[in-house]
Design a protein around this ligand. Structure first.
Ligand code: PBG
Length: 324
């Protein structure tokens, strides 16, 4: 018998040995569950392109917060579907807005829950873009900043722990930080969607959140999928503006970007396993083409292995349930 060869299989002989040498751990404490709350809705309404995900009415968000506690999932990322939209998205900063109310109810039911508020105007504007429009139809960066800041302060007033701007305007982290501080919310953290790509994988989300742009696309403000150095540049800018954590989004088609960013910042790094990634996996699993539970575990592990500390994922509840 040949004895000189490396016997890699020695460390794969049993689950105990495999666990001993496992390099990447996945625990529910790293997961964030995205939630869609719809004004005026009672109960839950299925989101067609995201089987197993629902828009929630305010009447059931407290129950949801308790379920997350049972499952050990520490945090939610909240999106709102308001009852009215306008040109500037003013329903986003109403004191009794749908997300503001959801935060209050969820924190009441589960005070340990970390509430992360998505800050962006696309769910609240009639045109579906992430900021206010300039006369030429482009998004006006500098006129959008004070509106984002106003939304952030309103969410903080409702009890939001972390503000997560996803609009991709330049200077939003600095504008939001300054507004939070002057409103007395210096303790509220900012998780910036620093490297957010103009991705086809957001399709199901735009149905879920009713936030598709009425004309054009988001390539004038979200990043070109071809770029990785630019992602690092975005991250360093947001860090300099005062971000406490940064994000790469989407996750699975951008694992190299997660790795590159991990090597250039000491800030906690989040990755968003987005709606299209969820929909693809579910569609294959529904056809019996892949094993859903194993595929979910493998996908989430890969995102952690690439360097993400935190994973925002629609799979959070099912993964945590399978583990219980
Ligand atoms: C808002 C926003 C989007 C997502 C998160 N925040 C959609 C977009 O930019 O069009 C996508 C999340 C997902 O696909 O799961 N701007």
């Amino acid at each position: 018998m040949e004895t000189g060869i490396r016997r890699h299989r020695r460390l794969r002989r049993s689950e105990s040995i495999r666990a001993l040498v496992r390099e990447t751990e996945l625990t529910p404490s790293h997961l964030v569950y995205p939630i869609f709350v719809e004004a005026g809705l009672a109960g839950r309404q299925p989101i067609e392109p995201m089987p197993g995900q629902f828009r929630l009415g305010l009447d059931i968000v407290a129950e949801e917060a308790k379920e997350l506690r049972r499952l050990g999932i520490p945090a939610v990322l909240l999106f709102g579907i308001p009852d009215t939209k306008d040109e500037s998205g003013s329903a986003a900063w109403r004191p009794n807005g749908v997300v503001q109310e959801a935060i209050r109810r969820m924190k009441d039911a589960n005070p340990d829950l970390v509430a992360i508020g998505d800050v962006c105007l696309c769910e609240y504007t009639t045109h579906g873009h992430c900021g206010v429009l300039a006369p030429d139809g482009s998004v006006d960066n500098d006129r959008t900043l004070p509106l984002l800041a106003q939304m952030a302060v309103s969410l903080a007033e409702a009890g939001c722990d972390i503000i997560a701007p996803s609009d991709m305007m330049d200077g939003r982290v600095a504008a939001i930080r300054a507004a939070l501080d002057s409103a007395g919310f210096s303790q509220v953290a900012i998780l910036s969607y620093a490297a957010k790509f103009a991705s086809a994988f957001y399709g199901p989300f735009r149905v879920a959140a009713d936030s598709a742009p009425a004309f054009g696309d988001r390539r004038g403000y979200q990043m070109d999928p071809a770029n990785v150095r630019m992602a690092i540049d975005e991250v360093l800018t947001d860090e300099a503006e005062g971000a406490d954590m940064v994000m790469v989004k989407p996750a699975l088609p951008y694992l190299d970007v997660i790795r590159a960013v991990r090597e250039r910042t000491e800030l906690p790094l989040a990755a968003y396993n987005v709606s299209g990634e969820y929909a693809m996996l579910l569609a294959a699993a529904e056809r019996g083409w892949i094993d859903r539970e194993r595929a979910v575990h493998e996908a989430l592990t890969a995102i952690r292995r690439a360097g993400a500390d935190i994973i925002i994922t629609y799979h959070a509840k099912e993964w945590a349930k399978a583990r219980c």
